[in-house]
Structures are given as C-alpha cells and as structure tokens.
Design a protein around this ligand. Sequence first.
Ligand code: ARG
Ligand code: ZN
Length: 849
Amino acid sequence: MRDAAPNTVYLSDYTPFGFIVDSVALEFDLDPRHTRVKSRIAFRPNPDATDRRFFLHGENLRLISARIDGHDVTCTLTEEGLTCDVPDAPFIWEAEVEIAPIENTALEGLYMSNGMYCTQCEAEGFRKITYYPDRPDVMSVFTVTINGPHPVLLSNGNPVAATEHQAEWHDPWPKPAYLFALVAGDLVAHSDRFTTMNGREVDLNLYVRPGDEDKCAFGMQALKASMKWDEDVYGREYDLDLFNIVAVDDFNMGAMENKGLNIFNSSAVLASPQTSTDMNFERIEAIIAHEYFHNWTGNRITCRDWFQLCLKEGLTVFRDSQFTSDMRSAPVKRIADVIDLRARQFPEDQGPLSHPVRPESFQEINNFYTATVYEKGAEVIRMLKTLVGDEAYDRALALYFDRHDGQACTIEDWLKVFEDTTGRSLAQFKRWYSQAGTPRLKVSESWEDGILTLTFRQDTKPSAASPDPKPQIIPIATGLIGPDGEEVAETRILEMSEATQSFSFEGLARRPVPSILRGFSAPVMLEHDLSDADRTHLLAHDTDPFNRWESARTLARGSLLPMIHDGAGADPAFLDAIRKVVADDTLDPAYRALMLGLPTQSELAALIHAEGGTPMPEKIHAGVEAMRDAMAETFGDAAQRIRDTHLVSAPYDPGAEQAGQRSLANAMLSLITRRDGGAAAQAQFDSADNMTNQLAALAALLHIDRGSEALAAFEAQWKDDRLVMDKWFGLQVTQARPEEAASVAEALTDHPDFTWQTPNRFRAVFGALAMHHAGFHHASGKGYRLLADWLIRLDPKNPQTTARMCSAFQTWKRYDADRQALIAAELDRILSTPKLSRDTTEMLTRIRG
Ligand code: ARG
Ligand code: ZN
C-alpha cells in the first residue's frame, strides 16, 4: 500500500549502493561562517549491486570544486544531492564544499554551541557536512584532519598527529557516516584509564566547558563500570586506545554513540550532588552505558538501513536495562521501565502514530526515534530471552557478534542467529517486529477437581499501520499463590501462540490466586477480573515483586475511577493495604516509595476512554488530588515516623541504597506537606545540601502554593547553572494548578533566561506543560494555543525538536468534542504555516488523521 506523500521511503525498496567506499579522507578548515570541507574518497563498483547510478547526498552545501581522478567534473545538483558520470572502475572523488556552522540551528551536521564546534550525524546529518553516500550500509575507514585555533580538536578513532592548530585522526574501524564526529573548542578534560580484559590500556576523557570540571567524576565512574560490565556479561572488549566523551549544551536528543567520540547532551552526563537529583544520576549512568554499549551493538554491527533502527536501539536499551538492574535494584528498575513504557509507548501504539517496532515506511527518519522502536524494541528482546532461555540467549548473542562483526544487518539476520542456535522457528515471533499495536490479553479462570485452568484471549486493535493483526507469541509468566499466602506453583512460562488458548495447573488442594504476567513478561494490556480481596491477597503475598506492585497499581486504578466519576471517597481497604506495605520495614525503601505511586492522569484518561467513557481532565485531576489527601490522612503521623527513619545522615552518595531512602522520605514529605502547611518542606528546603532534597521540598511547597519565597531563593542560588535552571523552569509548570499552568508557562517565556533555541530550555517549559495533563487540556484551550504558537516559532529553527514535541497532541481523539475542536484548529493552524518542515508536517499529518 502506498500513500500519497511523494517523499515517502519504503523498506521494500531497499537496494544496495552501486559503489564500495574503500577510504575517506576529510580535511576541515573551521570557521563559523565559512568552514571549508575537503573530501577525498576512494570508490569502486560494487559487484553485488545492479544500479550503478552515482548519487551522493548533500544538503545546504556550497560546492566549490569536484574532481574525479584529478580532473574537474560537472555535476548535476539538486536540493538533495548530486549526480555525475563516473568511470566503470575504481576512482578517486575529490570535492571541496563550504558550510556555515554558526547558522545551523537545526543541530544536525556541523554546528556551534557556546563557541564550540560539534556534530550530530545520526540519522542523516552527514550530508550537511559534505557530499557522500549517507546511508548506514556504506561503511568505510576515515582519516580526518582538523585545522582551527582551538585548544581541543577531536574526531573518531586514534590521534595520529597534532601540531598547534592542526590535528589528524584515524579510525581503523570501518563505519557508516552517521558515526562520524568532530569537536573543536576550548574544553577541559577529566581523564582516567581503563585496562581491558586482554590488557589494552585505554585513555578515557570527558571533555567539558571550563567551570564544569566538578561535574565529571560520576560520569567517568559510570563509563568504567559500563566497560567492565560489557566484558563480564557479554564478553565485549573495547577496541581503540582512546575513548572520548564530550558534553554539549545544545543537543536535540540525549546522546550519540559516534565511534570513540561520544557526544552528550550536557544534561545526560554532567552531575554533582548539589546540582543533580538521584534520578538524574541514575539516568546519566544508564545513558553513558547505553552509548558505550553501542560500540558493539550499533557500531561494530550496524544497521543495513534506517528501518532496522531497532536492531541497534532495542538491543542497546535492553542491554542498558540489564546493566542498571545489576548496578541497582532489578525489581525497582523493572517497575520503572514499565511505568515509562505505559506513559510513552502505550499512547503511541494506541493512537494515530502507531507503528511497528520495525516500520515499513517513513518520510523523515528522525520522527522514528520513538518509544516503540526503543522501548518496545527492548521488550521484544526481553521476550525472546524469556522464550529461548538465558543460556540460549547467550549463545545466540555470541553467534551474532561472531557472524556479523563489521556488517550492516537486518532484523532477519538477528532472528536467524536465534533460530540457528535453538533450532526453533521464529516466523510467528517476528510479528512483534512487523505488527503495530498493543495486544489486549483477557484471562478467565475455571476451577474443578483440583485443576485451575486459565483461558487467555489475545486481541490487537487494527490500525492504519496494521489493518489485520494476527495472533502473536506471548510469554505469560505465571505463578500461583495459595489461600494462606504461600506460593503453590513457582513461575512457569505459558507460551501463548493462538488467539485463544488454555493452560492448566493440576493437583491443587485448594483454589489459589493466579499471579499472571509476572515481571511484565510481555508488553500487553492484561485484563484479569480478580476481586479486590484477591488482589489485596496478591499485594500482601505475591513472591513476584513486579506483580505485587502491579496489584497495588490495579487497586489504585479501581479505587480512583469512582472518585473521578462521582467524587466518591477513597476506598479505606485500599488505603489500608497500601499503608501496610509502605510501613513494612523488611522491604526496600525504593520499592515502598513506588508502591505509593499512582497511575498518571494521562493513563487514567486512556483507561476511561478504553472503557467507552469520555475523560474529563479536571475531574481526573480532582480525583487524584483527593486520593493524595486521603493518603496523607491515612498515614497521619506514621508519615513523619517513616520519614525520620529514612533521613540520610551520611555524606551524599548517588547509589541505589541512599537514593531509595531519599525517595521514600520525600514521598512522605509530600504527604506531610498536605497537612502541615509546608513547615517540614520549608525546613528541608532551607537545610538541603543536595538537589534531590532541595527540589523535592520546593515541589512540595509549590504544590500547596507556598513556594514563592523558596522559588526566588532557588533562582538566586542557581541562576548561573543552566542545568539547574532547567529544573527551575520546569517545576513551576509541573506544580501549577491546572487553570494556571498555561499562564505560568507563558510568563516563563518572558524570562530573560528563556533561551528557547536551546532544546533543553524549550523542553523544560513546554515538555512540562504537555505533561501537565489537566493544565495542558484545560477547557479554555490556552495550553493548546500556547504550545502551537511556540511550535510554529521553533519549527524554522529546529524541525527535529519541534516535531518531537508535536506528540503532545497524539491523544487528542480521546477527549470531548469541544476539546477536539480546539485541538483540531491548532493542528490546522500549524499545518497551514508556510514552509513548515518535513519533520513537523509528517508528524501533524499523521496525528490529524
Ligand atoms: N543513537 C542515539 C542513541 O539512541 C540517538 C541519536 C538520535 N538522533 C537523531 N537525530 N534522531 O543513543
Ligand atoms: Zn541508542
């Protein structure tokens, strides 16, 4: 099926490039407005290709000269690149182009941030640097010379020569152009060393702006831990003498795995106890690991084309989640990942942007760096590991690295190593890659003669991407809890492959309560009609920590719905059950804090919509607030006692143990603040010596409208720290009352430090607004209008960040007719903006439907 958009690219159209690139030499003469890039590229005909047209990608380049084998050639130039006649034999291409990094506000290709030069080439940014076959299946060896007056001049690989104002780099590992990187600037290095399993000495550097030296130590620790973990768990050793990381303030995403020269959004690497929260530390550790792990899953083995993005991203997210589970608490990490999946991937998969983990077409690939490709992609690998077992998974991965090192691969290659390892066909399993949508899994129970039978039915809603969904393989981890709370059957993997299927447990003395989908063994929506009494039984006794938490979540949802719909009071049985687990000192504090969490308001809206109702954001907000108040009442003085027991007196440490204590103590603080007028929170704010406690106190105060003094003090203290100020901008919106959220955001855009072209700052305000469910969806439509105004403003400067933020509108069809009309008007207003980018046009056309 082909849609009308002329620039749509299809997976089925893949053909190999007509030429092989044997080597690439680049020389840069850096200048903000007139950077010159000379390239010398050795091409030869590709014996495996039939199409020998010579097309090089190139965008926004001024071509100065082009030569083949030393002779000037005439090229045909288009907006997208160039073509010319080439010999039917090996030849040398030489070109010189001019670019203006200072004018590059899209932050793709070579651009400038605070006077430093840096690059972002994934997915298709290299074509903004020079003419090149900018596709991941063209891999080559790069030599790079950089001329510039900057003290630090970096590129991929190893340094081969450096004089003042010139550096030469050589990367021995063939790579696609999207992994190219260059950095030049006045930077300082935090350095260390790592000895690999086979004794290679690797120099490690974290390059930052002067003044940020005190925020490097944690990132460096995390890097060394990642290098060690990849050796221990996957047998993967680092393969260069040098590994560099650079922190950049202006960056569209989190970070980028360029070979030997990772470039990070400064928010994803800089950390100190005073300026970063425990959550920041954990995220930084995970992103450093993620980018480092790409060295094998992404760089040594890369993707054949961008449809295969999940090949590297799903696998690398899965690997970084394993790393975090090992470094911290596995159950807490699993719960956090499921919360995130439900918050970001489920809405995507159930709305107009739904697409398979491996999409089959796109207009702008940047729009497919999604929660589906990344997070659902990781879930699919997790299921695969569950299905084949840990030992077979290890053997399959060993085969993958062995067989495909140095290649640009596909999902077919990936699945084949599992088939060859296990002898099992994965034809049906492959639907997880090709089919969009979240399966619903309904379960019913029957009990007779000591046999419990569970009957499952799977259903996936048809979507534009998958109009005729077929049954998938679903691993359903299930155990049984007896009436006295004892586990009568340990976890067993029920392997479902049919639309409807039954599984029996025999020889049971008394009827147990089944604990289904333990550890969230598949990314599905489980519908299990258990009585509240049975769920409370699981909440008290389940041996699976994930499902124990899940029982609390399900009870919370059930208790919230009547509060939302008819303003009912909170269910005392639920409150009591929660109070019991949270007060249970034998449990991990971080886990107890998670038990107190409630589904997000957006998730509740999705639930109400799925049940055939119309979600009213103001009612959902009121229901959740009432529940929080009821929790504060129920805990009463116990909240203070629990908080006191978990106050940390030791020097700050970002590890899981202290972080867990703080998260429980701060969860208690937020309950206490609902009853004490802010006294405890103010005291904590005044005395805090770390950002976790300072920010938690500020949030609690802002929530009860007693935060204006603290807010001013915070600004005075942190006005020169851009990462902390991002928090200051965001928190005011997050904690605003629904009717004020849009006005607060609007007022913040007048603040002199609202540097809106920096993606971190733009997202601090507008990401927070989009996440404020009742504020963004306030009936006045002010939230919609304000976001649309700013998206229109940002689009010509930075299409990629604009397009990503459009997803705030993806759930619009859940709401009432008035809200839908307001949103439709804003979508149309943005869409009718002259010269709207391809990125934003694609996103909004899909959302508008
Ligand atoms: N490969 C990077 C990562 O996930 C993300 C880079 C995405 N860049 C982009 N322009 N879409 O680690
Ligand atoms: Zn990645």
